[in-house]
Design a protein around this ligand. Structure first.
Ligand SMILES: Cc1cc2nc3c(=O)[nH]c(=O)nc-3n(C[C@H](O)[C@H](O)[C@H](O)COP(=O)(O)O)c2cc1C
Length: 220
């Protein structure tokens, strides 16, 4: 089937506007940090919906949009997720992580405890859809699922920051407990868990630096 095509309306910027926009966007994004201490202050549902809609503008392999965003506000479900996540995290910190990994994490002062799962007003769990299933059970392949969902997650994190909110890219591993708690089907696999909200008044972040441009880019 061949789709119709429509004209692409490019945003038109002068060279100066382009420079200024790219500069101010970098300045803003450079202030983004992963936050591990959250306030209970509420956030409007519409803001969260706009953030999810922004993530859904992500490109994806063959436009399959292989993602489901689960948004959790229910305190009972949050508690279940926290208990299950902490169980896996305790096992990881006590037995599964290598000495090198634990040393690399020292500067973050993290441990198996994850109180933010209950404190943050929203938990967003992104599921990647390994394949699609029609109502009659027919399965369809998705392509470049990892790349597609990774890009959507990046856009989600960007939108959260742009809205003046904070998040943490959290990966309690393994995460399959999330399928059970959230009753997700077998074609969906948990990708990331992101608490979303305002930072706690006294939230602190590790004093770390980002690699400079000449260390991350090669020009030809
Ligand atoms: C894929 C991925 C998984 C992460 N998992 C965790 C996690 O489970 N727990 C945590 O505290 N931070 C986690 N982080 C956050 C990183 O530690 C953080 O992004 C990094 O230290 C840079 O800090 P910044 O985000 O404040 O710039 C993760 C980040 C990424 C991209």
């Amino acid at each position: 089937m061949v789709n119709d095509f429509i004209k692409y309306e490019a945003p038109i910027l002068t060279a100066e506007e382009m420079l200024e926009k790219s500069r101010s966007f970098f300045f803003n994004m450079n202030q983004r940090r992963s936050i591990r201490e959250f306030s209970e202050k509420p956030v409007s549902k519409e803001v969260i919906e706009n953030i999810i809609k922004t993530a859904s503008t992500s490109p994806s392999g063959a436009h399959k949009q292989p993602w489901t965003f689960c948004i959790i506000t229910n305190p009972t479900i949050k508690k279940q997720i926290r208990i299950a996540a902490e169980k896996e995290e305790k096992e990881s910190y006590d037995h599964r992580m290598s000495d090198e990994w634990l040393r690399d994490l020292e500067k973050f002062a993290t441990n198996w405890q994850k109180p933010f799962i209950e404190t943050a007003p929203y938990i967003i769990v992104i599921f990647k859809k390994i394949y699609d299933v029609e109502e009659d059970g027919t399965k369809h392949t998705n392509y470049y699922v990892q790349e597609s969902v990774g890009i959507a997650a990046g856009m989600l994190i960007t939108a959260i920051h742009q809205a003046g909110l904070v998040t943490l890219t959290h990966t309690p591993s393994p995460m399959n407990f999330l399928n059970k708690i959230l009753d997700r089907p077998a074609n969906e696999k948990p990708f990331l868990l992101l608490p979303v909200g305002f930072p706690a008044d006294d939230a602190r972040v590790p004093d770390i630096e980002r690699k400079k441009l000449d260390k991350i880019s090669v020009w030809y």
